[in-house]
Ligand binder design. Structure first.
Ligand SMILES: NC(=O)c1ccc[n+]([C@@H]2O[C@H](COP(=O)([O-])OP(=O)(O)OC[C@H]3O[C@@H](n4cnc5c(N)ncnc54)[C@H](O)[C@@H]3O)[C@@H](O)[C@H]2O)c1
Length: 306
């Protein structure tokens, strides 16, 4: 395979002042992209702000002859970050929605602020950036968007009700935008990284932090943002040099037939069949849901329009 280059591309990386975002920004710049290095420069819990994190990464990029500009806005004001790309480079081709914070707490103890701040950064932030960049991508017939979910967003995790539900929202957003962008060559993928960073350095020791360097996540993001990449709507888990794709599976289920009423006791009596995955199949789209109903019940939901 030929080298992946981004010579004519403008890339926005949010939260690029440290951790994963910094690693993405450096690699895109090394491969020829002009990069908007966005970072609010606050704490891991979303408090405070500073321009130094973004400035430092821009300086690193310039030191090896790359081209980058800093932006210090919170992703909540995503349109300003996209405007920075337009004002400085005249276009936007690739958007890596990466900025993130944690405000972990058991659901019992979670405050409204913990909930709202997580939504503002992860959901509203990714929405605002993508909404502002989308028309440019659609009009130019090229775009690559990455959303950053988490294993917590896919599977749930104790103490992360706010974070996991926000990260889960990005799965839905990514899947839908992949469908809407497909015909315009705007490809959207979702990654669930595992990386040693300030968000994880309090839970992992030195050895694990080294093994989970952000550098092991970068190759997936570069591959998915390449012009050659045709994959869209995927969800990938990545970290420590491991790369994998996640999909949803559906049991065959059990249908009683629509010619009679169905009670809770009926459902309980067929519970083992309903939850039996021995004839499971990938569940990849709404059409596959309609097809499953068609197969099991004999009605065609796709033809059901009045
Ligand atoms: N590290 C992991 O193992 C892991 C696991 C799953 C998901 N993630 C996700 O990966 C992304 C990157 O995390 P990381 O581990 O590199 O953490 P990090 O704290 O090193 O980097 C996140 C960056 O985002 C910036 N940021 C925070 N709020 C911002 C805002 N409102 N506007 C602009 N910038 C903001 C921070 O200043 C920081 O530099 C996050 O979305 C995180 O939730 C990380």
């Amino acid at each position: 395979m030929s080298d992946i280059k981004f010579f004519d591309k403008v890339v926005i990386v949010t939260g690029a002042g440290g951790g994963l975002g910094r690693a993405y920004a450096l690699e895109f710049a090394k491969r020829g992209a002009r990069v908007v290095v966005n970072d609010l420069g606050g704490s891991g819990a979303g408090e405070g702000a500073s321009s130094s994190a973004a400035d430092q990464v821009v300086a690193e990029i310039k030191a090896f002859g790359g081209d980058a500009v800093a932006n210090y806005d919170s992703v909540e004001f995503g349109e300003k970050i996209v405007q920075t790309a337009i004002d400085n480079f005249g276009r936007v081709d690739i958007l890596v929605n990466n900025a993130g914070i944690l405000r972990d707490s058991s659901f019992t103890k979670m405050s409204d602020t913990d909930w709202e701040l997580i939504y503002k950064v992860h959901v509203d932030g990714a929405y605002k950036l993508t909404k502002a960049a989308w028309p440019y991508m659609v009009n130019q017939g090229f775009g690559r968007v990455i959303f950053t979910t988490s294993a917590a967003g896919i599977y749930g995790n104790f103490g992360q009700a706010n974070y996991s539900s926000a990260k889960s929202a990005l799965l839905g957003l990514g899947k839908t935008l992949a469908i809407e962008g497909a015909r315009k060559n705007v490809h959207v993928n979702v990654i669930a990284p595992i990386a040693g960073s300030r968000l994880t350095e309090t839970i992992w020791g030195e050895e694990i932090l080294k093994a989970t360097s952000p550098d092991y996540v970068v190759p997936l993001v570069v591959k998915l943002c390449a012009e050659e990449n045709k994959d869209t709507g995927g969800v990938y888990e990545v970290g420590a040099s491991w790369f994998a794709k996640v999909r949803v599976e559906r049991s065959e289920g059990y249908a009683f037939g629509v010619d009679k009423d169905v009670s809770a006791e009926d459902v309980a009596s067929k519970w083992d069949d309903i939850c039996d995955f021995s004839n499971a199949a990938p569940a990849e789209s709404i059409v596959s849901t309609f097809n499953a109903v068609g197969k099991m019940v004999g009605i065609d939901l796709l033809a059901a329009k009045k």
